[in-house]
Design a protein. Structure first.
Length: 233
């Protein structure tokens, strides 16, 4: 959304794309997952249908691409280009209940981190302990994912929405439903894409009132080389 409003497209130093969908529409997309791969060059992945997923969101991969990221070289991390789809779930209207849910969400996210196959260089007792903890918790990864997913879906038909799987804190993503409102069309490169009806309120809450200001170079994220795979004739 920041790219659409500030740059009318991709942020030049951040080629990441995140999509938000109301939970009901998100679930419909998940139902298409098994069929989607059959007639397209893409694959929809989620822990419900893919045994080795370590994320609670939907991730859509382009089968004809490759990301050249040095961090992936010696890992089993999927090296295809992808974008993430986050569910927008109803959140409690009561602030006390919000804080309780935020704690439950964060607890499950921490557990999920330890069940995932992140690699640690064992050069201290502390890191050895981390590896042992991962080994113990890894078999319970899908159980933790399911628990996190269910907690995100706990409430329905309230006056607030929250992207609880986001990297941003719960309170940053906790918004009045009217901010999303009826979707509005925004220019993104050569396309028109739908976004929140109150873009200024949405972006101000996430990034501050100066979200239109271009950040200094040292605060810009570095990208990676990406390649399109082509069959040689």
């Amino acid at each position: 959304m920041l790219g659409a409003v500030r740059h009318n497209g991709y942020i030049p130093w951040d080629d990441d794309i995140d999509v938000g969908m109301i939970r009901a529409d998100y679930e419909k997309l998940l139902l298409l997952a098994s069929k989607f791969h059959d007639y397209s060059g893409y694959e929809i992945k989620n822990y419900r249908y893919n045994k080795y997923c370590d994320y609670v969101i939907i991730r859509i991969y382009d089968n004809n691409t490759y990301i050249d990221n040095p961090l992936y070289y010696k890992t089993k991390y999927d090296k295809r280009l992808y974008f993430d789809v986050f569910p927008l779930d109803y959140a409690p209207d009561d602030i006390v209940e919000c804080k309780k849910q935020e704690k439950r969400i964060n607890k499950r996210k921490r557990l999920l981190f330890w069940t995932c196959g992140y690699t640690f260089k064992i050069d201290s007792i502390k890191k050895l302990g981390r590896c042992l903890l991962h080994a113990v918790l890894k078999p319970f990864r899908n159980l933790v994912l399911r628990s996190l997913d269910n907690e995100m879906k706990r409430y329905s038909k309230t006056k607030h929405l929250c992207s609880m799987a986001s990297q941003y804190k719960y309170k940053k993503q906790y918004m009045d439903v009217t901010i999303y409102g009826r979707p509005v069309s925004y220019r993104f490169e050569n396309h028109q894409l739908m976004g929140p009806s109150k873009a200024d309120e949405y972006l101000t809450q996430l990034f501050g009132s100066d979200y239109l200001d271009i950040p200094p170079e040292e605060k810009r994220r570095k990208g990676y080389r990406m390649y399109e795979k082509r069959n040689s004739q």
